[in-house]
Write a protein that binds this ligand. Structure first.
Ligand SMILES: [Zn+2]
Length: 165
């Protein structure tokens, strides 16, 4: 299992590369390797589970606690180390963890909000294959939202092609 799971492996790899954004006893967070908005992060339990109900001990608590902590760390990155995020996307182009990562990273590097400090965020989980879950290791997506970006409601309406009139 350890050899095959992207997120079990990514903990060790990200730690070695100094790419862990936040970490507590049972959870950690990293920038997503297939980002859909600048700073899009993943909050991941260290325990390898697919289903929320299989998390044991304080893992669920640590996982949830890591969400606002990760956002605070992202704010600090935008404020003090703004190059860190584009540098990470550049690294995805040279060494993509997945073939799709390159395309996602390129899109981010050209994104108009690349350096825009977020003020809000959405978080959520893709649960099961049809919901978009590709990795069997449970994880939470954190999407930073900045002042000039689309709010989630407007973005969803555009995605669903609902007329805004
Ligand atoms: Zn795993």
């Amino acid at each position: 299992m350890k050899q095959k799971c992207l997120f079990c492996n990514s903990y060790i790899k990200s730690k070695r590369q100094g790419l862990i954004i936040f970490e507590n006893t049972n959870a950690y967070s990293i920038l997503n390797y297939k980002p859909s908005v600048p700073g899009h992060s993943l909050v991941i339990p260290k325990q390898h589970v697919t289903n929320l109900k299989n998390l044991t001990g304080n893992t669920l608590e640590d996982l949830i606690q890591a969400i606002p902590e990760t956002f605070d760390k992202l704010l600090a990155i935008f404020d003090f180390k703004p190059e860190l995020i584009p540098d990470y996307y550049k690294s995805l182009i040279y060494e993509p963890p997945e073939s799709e990562s390159k395309e996602f990273a390129q899109f981010m590097l050209e994104h108009p909000l690349l350096y825009n400090r977020p003020i809000s965020y959405n978080w959520g989980m893709n649960y099961g294959y049809k919901a978009g879950q590709r990795e069997r290791h449970l994880h939470i997506h954190l999407f930073p939202r900045s002042e000039s970006g689309l709010g989630i409601a407007t973005a969803m309406r555009k995605l669903l092609q609902i007329d805004d009139k």
